[in-house]
Design a protein around this ligand. Structure first.
Ligand SMILES: NC(=O)c1ccc[n+]([C@@H]2O[C@H](COP(=O)([O-])OP(=O)(O)OC[C@H]3O[C@@H](n4cnc5c(N)ncnc54)[C@H](O)[C@@H]3O)[C@@H](O)[C@H]2O)c1
Length: 346
């Protein structure tokens, strides 16, 4: 079984190129969203614990692979020097059930979330979008910027975080990127004048991070941080004004911004699931005045695409370590032989 550690993923990204990986992942997402019906999927089971949530995200393509990701969200972790979101994941073959790959997925989650936002932005934002308003400059933020920059000619970023140190870190990381960086005093200043708004804050509550009165005609919103029960970022009155696209209605109604609506109302208000846009059966935007919202929660299909791409690239480039994680025995019924090397069995 191949193990992809942070070190081996770093090597892979180094060799393949960060933007190339994001672009390949966007292509893989298009392919996999495009065969939506061929996956066995389910809303992720979530276990809520004091201070956070623990989630398991399984999916099966019914041809070749099964994947799952373990992920958490503990918004107060940074106060004890730990990350809000960490993850690991596995890819197995379905014909025998044997695992092929076990991978770090903290970085892969940031990459796949950025690639998914980029895909949605490409399908939904105005072509002439040049200014990005970014609320929340934590772990996901630079990845999000890199993704959106691949699909629109972003020239200015207006950003705000309640933690000034997170903004300092963002500035340092973005210093070499040819972009006008505008540090804002609050979320209102960051959103007004933005063509695209990306919200990626972490707080386990219904917080009106973005107020209705700051949202103007033509804006596209990527809302990422509303991704579990009782955790949203948009003032609820924004929703009826938007063309809303979700990844997977059955999961989004539990976890997304649309959890604030009744199921019947959400059914009426949600315009499409993302796969309907990737296949072209529905349009992401009607005109330049429409407000569009990608209400993202993160689904297992995105992790499937990321794990599969990582596996294929790692195999091609000979990256990753092989470890014996399943017994190697001559007689498959003689499991004892894997651990017992002779003498009497007592
Ligand atoms: N939709 C998805 O697929 C997906 C994937 C990964 C993470 N997420 C979510 O994205 C969010 C961000 O994740 P992260 O790893 O960057 O977390 P993080 O803790 O590293 O960063 C979050 C930042 O938001 C800031 N913040 C909190 N409340 C704020 C507010 N009201 N206004 C402005 N800033 C505020 C914090 O100071 C922090 O810097 C989390 O809620 C996470 O659950 C979603």
């Amino acid at each position: 079984m191949k193990i992809i550690t942070i070190d081996s993923l770093t090597t892979l990204l180094d060799r393949h190129g960060f933007d190339n990986f994001l672009l390949d992942l966007m292509q893989a997402l298009r392919r996999d969203f495009g065969r939506w019906e061929s996956f066995t999927k389910m809303p992720r089971p979530a276990m809520h614990v004091p201070g956070g949530v623990l989630e398991l995200m399984p999916i099966c393509d019914n041809e070749q692979y099964y994947t799952y990701k373990y992920v958490n969200c503990h918004p107060k972790n940074p106060s004890i020097g730990q990350q809000t979101v960490v993850a690991t994941g596995q890819l197995s073959r379905i014909d025998t059930g044997y695992p092929l790959l076990f991978s770090e997925m903290t970085i892969l989650t940031a990459l796949r979330t950025a690639a998914t936002s980029a895909l949605a932005t490409d399908l939904m934002a105005r072509q002439d979008a040049h200014t990005l308003g970014l609320i929340g400059t934590g772990a996901q933020s630079e990845f999000q910027v890199r993704g959106v920059k691949l699909v629109r000619d972003i020239r200015e970023i207006r950003y705000f975080d309640t933690d000034p140190k997170a903004m300092d870190k963002f500035e340092k990381n973005m210093a070499s990127v040819a972009l006008k960086l505008v540090r804002c005093k609050n979320a209102q200043e960051a959103t007004i004048g933005a063509d695209i708004i990306t919200v990626c804050t972490a707080c386990k509550a219904h917080v009106d991070v973005i107020k209705n009165e700051w949202v103007f005609a033509g804006v596209h919103i990527n809302a990422l941080g509303g991704d579990t029960i009782g955790k949203t970022e948009l003032e609820a009155t924004i929703l009826p004004r938007c063309r809303i696209v979700v990844e997977y209605f059955d999961q989004s109604i539990i976890e997304g911004e649309i959890q604030r609506l009744s199921k019947a109302k959400a059914k009426k208000l949600v315009y499409a699931e993302l796969h309907e846009l990737t296949t072209g059966s529905k349009k992401g935007r009607e005109d330049d005045r429409e407000i569009t919202l990608f209400d993202s929660v993160g689904i297992a299909l995105e992790d499937y695409s990321a794990l599969r791409l990582t596996y294929e690239l790692a195999e091609k480039c000979g990256i990753g370590d092989e470890f014996l994680m399943t017994p190697k025995i001559n007689d498959p019924k003689d499991l004892l032989a894997a651990i017992y090397k002779g003498g009497d069995f007592v």
